[in-house]
Design a protein around this ligand. Structure first.
Ligand SMILES: *Cc1c(COP(=O)(O)O)cnc(C)c1O
Length: 367
């Protein structure tokens, strides 16, 4: 059986290092916000070429903390997309603000920057662009619009660790940026985890306070805050994987290249993913579009190739979010959701297996 993602294979490939890091942490007796987290934060900021990094409990909490640090709450609106993990919108709702969904581009699957301005009004406080599937959003355009309208930009990099928009890593453009270390992400923990990066000392301080009850000094809350800490065990694992992230992303890119070579000119019913010029896509997911999505998915499953759909129902059509009065018709978002299929991709996936997936897809169209 070929599965879509495989965190266990990743553990196996770094098993020796991970096992010894675990042992070290467990016998140290320090399990929360210690040396490993401090070192990871330093290394993660360096990796992204930003000044600060704050490790937190999850990607959702990273977003919620950033929105809170910006002072965003009820009566505010935040612009994002409906074609993303629901976490992007749930963080906005948790902050008390209302998500305003803008349509996506049909080829990049990400925010259509040309449609942002029509949603901006007095209540608009921020834009959350999502580098969906590992494909960088056009950050030049986003920052230009944000500057013109005096809006915060919080990048959702939960699927794009290590990706480049032109010569800089994603996450280094916005006021603050958020990452998830959910096990299947390009940089994945063995449990939950997340991080914020920023170049702003003020925001870094704010996020640090919010992450732990508003404490600057232990037991003395200076501001609002809750508990969203990364633990030492996860930090020690992330440090090992971070050292290998560029290499692992390049493996994902090689797999994408095999799919591209074999599928992009095979049948007009299959549309392979596009890459933005001069950028580095890191293929958290390899997503094709086909009008026969459901049939193809079933065919692959019968042949022991498991695929997934990210995401089957756009957020503005989900029960909790569909009542937002301001939701608009999102044509590309709704059309794309019916056609997308995520093919198996992870750094340890063997080329021979990728070829098997391709063969199986070709069989579907030729028999
Ligand atoms: C995974 C993900 C999140 C949420 O991360 P968690 O760590 O699961 O809370 C947010 N946004 C996007 C785009 C994601 O893929």
């Amino acid at each position: 059986m070929i599965i879509p993602a495989n965190p266990n294979a990743q553990y196996q490939s770094y098993k020796k290092d991970i096992d010894s890091a675990l042992k070290k942490v467990i016998s140290s007796g320090r399990y929360i916000l210690g040396e490993e987290v401090r070192e990871f934060e330093k290394e993660f900021a360096e990796f992204n070429e930003t000044k600060f990094s704050i490790a937190v409990g999850s990607g959702t909490e990273a977003l919620h903390i950033c929105l809170t640090a910006c002072g965003i709450g009820s009566n505010d609106e935040v612009i994002t997309v409906a074609h993303t993990a629901v976490a992007t919108a749930s963080a906005i709702s948790l902050s008390g603000a209302t998500p305003r969904f803008v349509d996506i581009e049909d080829d990049s699957f990400s925010i259509d920057a040309s449609k942002i301005e029509s949603l901006i009004n007095k209540k608009t406080k921020a834009i959350i662009p999502v580098h969906i599937y590992g494909n960088p959003v056009d950050m030049k355009m986003i920052m230009k619009i944000a500057k013109k309208h005096n809006l915060f930009v919080i990048e959702d990099c939960a699927q794009a660790h290590g990706a480049y928009f032109e010569s800089k890593r994603v996450g280094s453009f916005g006021h603050m940026s958020c990452f998830s270390f959910y096990p299947t992400k390009n940089l994945g923990a063995i449990g939950d985890g997340g991080a914020i990066i920023t170049n702003s000392k003020t925001f870094a301080k704010e996020c640090n306070l919010i992450r732990e009850y508003g404490w600057r000094k232990r037991y003395i809350s200076e501001s609002r805050g809750w508990n969203s800490r990364l633990d030492e065990i996860q930090a020690s694992i992330l440090r090992i994987k971070l050292k290998n992230l560029d290499k692992d992303n390049n493996k994902r890119r090689s797999i994408a290249e095999i799919y591209n070579n074999d599928l992009s000119n095979f049948n007009s019913d299959i549309v392979t993913p596009s890459e933005r010029d001069k950028c580095k896509h890191v293929y958290h997911l390899y997503v094709i579009k086909t009008s026969k999505r459901n049939e193809l998915k079933d065919h692959l499953e019968r042949n022991e190739v498991i695929t997934t759909i990210q995401y089957p129902v756009p957020i503005h059509l989900q029960p909790f979010y569909k009542n937002i009065k301001l939701n608009k018709n999102l044509f590309n978002t709704e059309t794309v959701a019916k056609k997308i299929l995520s093919l198996p991709i992870y750094p340890e996936l063997k080329k021979s297996k990728v070829k098997e997936v391709i063969k199986c897809i070709k069989n579907f169209y030729t028999t």
